[in-house]
Design a protein around this ligand. Structure first.
Ligand code: HEM
Length: 405
């Protein structure tokens, strides 16, 4: 075998193959060009497990600031959307490294195993409530009736929002999402309005929690504010980050996970017979179809990746989805195997920016799917092919998931 690094090829984000067969496409890229060029994003992408792992561990690779997506706008539009940019720049993982450590230490006070245990009975209650609402119909859209509202309710609980405002949180989440995709200017303006509305709303809760703290994340932030560790602006901005980080992601894991079970009736039957296999099944759902398909990095120094040296400032996407199906690491990588022993996937990242909500997301998905299978013994799909919608770059989500039970 030659020691020469493979040629760097270019790939089209919007090639029909990406939508038609995302995993097949990523297998091809991994085999052809371990370092791939994405001209539409002026960036590169890594797909091999070993390369993604090295990049996740590399301290010279910072998490890339999402505000970068605003750079494609005209100067006047960028000026108009400056409040969104300023807010994103306060998010942990999008700040300077010193602020990242500060926010991380602070949020770790809240994101503890005890918090997950405390929320578990609430997750069960929410799941039952949502299923009660559709029980007599014998049919539902899992995305809009269960997977989407459940994690929104959990985040509302975590932020300390009253039950009556839960629907509002889902609406804000929907409005804000285009900031992170390919939203046009009208969508971005709308997103900005909702983000600022949510900030104002959170400031009201924050004022209450200063006087009378509870067991929610805003109370943690306000205690830290009193210690001079965080400002109110930073606290409310990072609450929006939690909504963005924990809502759609968990919703997609629940819905994608169910499609995997429908596609693999043997696994579904096994889980019905032995629900205690659920934690392992959730890991396999994360590996096969983890909701964070790619994550961004920027090189703060020249770095060597996949045999090539990239200059400072290079943007790099780490295709977690591709690394999780690398045949060098996972035997039979395209098989959904809920008994897989070795399952060190990267769906929650690794190292410095490892997901703070990983245990919470695992618990939500586990409880939700257990209750769903238990309450709906005849659950079956009511679609011919799943309603996959592309979420560039190289991701997908279900627009709907009709089932009958
Ligand atoms: C299935 C659901 C989830 C998936 C797949 C997921 C995935 C990820 C990934 C891949 C990262 C690392 C990003 C990077 O390295 O650039 C991350 C970070 C993060 N996640 Fe999650 N996440 C999920 C749920 C949640 C939930 C429920 C919360 C909280 C409510 C949350 C909060 C965070 C936060 C705060 C970070 C930033 C950590 C840091 O920068 O130190 N996530 N998540």
């Amino acid at each position: 075998m030659s020691d020469q690094p493979a040629t760097v090829r270019e790939y089209d984000l919007f090639a029909p193959e990406v939508t038609a067969d995302l995993n097949g496409f990523l297998h091809r890229v991994r085999a052809e060009s371990p370092l791939a060029r994405l001209p539409q994003l002026d960036a590169y992408m890594l797909t091999r497990y070993a390369d993604v792992k090295a990049a996740l561990r590399d301290r010279r690779m910072d998490s890339s600031n999402m505000a970068r997506v605003l750079q494609r706008l005209t100067p006047a539009e960028q000026e108009e959307l400056a409040p969104v940019r300023r807010s994103i720049e306060m998010w942990m993982g999008h700040t300077v490294p010193a602020d990242h450590v500060r926010f991380q230490q602070l949020l770790k006070r809240y994101f503890t195993p005890a918090m997950v245990d405390r929320l578990r009975p609430r997750v069960r209650e929410f799941t039952h409530e949502l299923l009660d609402a559709v029980a007599t119909k014998g049919e539902m859209d899992v995305v809009s009736d269960l997977a989407y509202p459940l994690p929104a309710n959990v985040i509302a609980e975590l932020l300390g929002m009253p039950v009556s405002d839960r629907e509002q949180l889902q609406a804000w989440s929907r409005d804000i999402l285009p900031v992170f995709g390919n939203g046009d200017v009208a969508q971005l303006r709308h997103a900005q309005r909702s983000m600022l509305e949510m900030h104002d709303y959170l400031r009201l809760i924050a004022a209450e929690r200063r006087k009378a703290p509870r067991e929610d994340v805003l109370s943690t932030f306000m205690a830290a504010e009193a210690e001079g560790l965080v400002s109110e602006d930073e606290a409310v901005a990072n609450c929006v980050l939690l909504l963005f980080a924990g809502h759609e992601t968990t919703a997609n894991l629940i819905a994608n996970g169910l499609v995997l079970l429908f596609d693999n009736p043997g696994s579904l039957a096994r889980l019905r017979a032995d629900p205690d296999v659920m934690p392992q099944a959730v890991e396999e759902m994360l590996r096969c179809d983890g909701p964070a398909g790619v994550i961004g990095r920027v090189a703060t120094e020249p770095v060597e990746v996949a045999g090539h040296t990239l200059p400072t400032g290079t943007y790099l996407y780490l295709a977690l989805l591709a690394a999780n199906r690398d045949p060098e690491v996972f035997a039979n990588p395209d098989a959904f195997d809920i008994t897989r022993e070795q399952n060190r996937h990267f769906s929650f990242g690794m190292g410095t920016y490892y997901c703070l909500g990983a245990a919470l997301a695992r618990m939500e998905t586990d409880e939700c799917l257990r209750i769903l299978l238990d309450r709906c013994p005849d659950l079956r799909p009511a679609y011919r092919t799943p309603d996959w919608q592309p979420t560039p770059p190289f991701g997908h989500r279900l627009g709907s998931l009709p089932v009958i039970f």
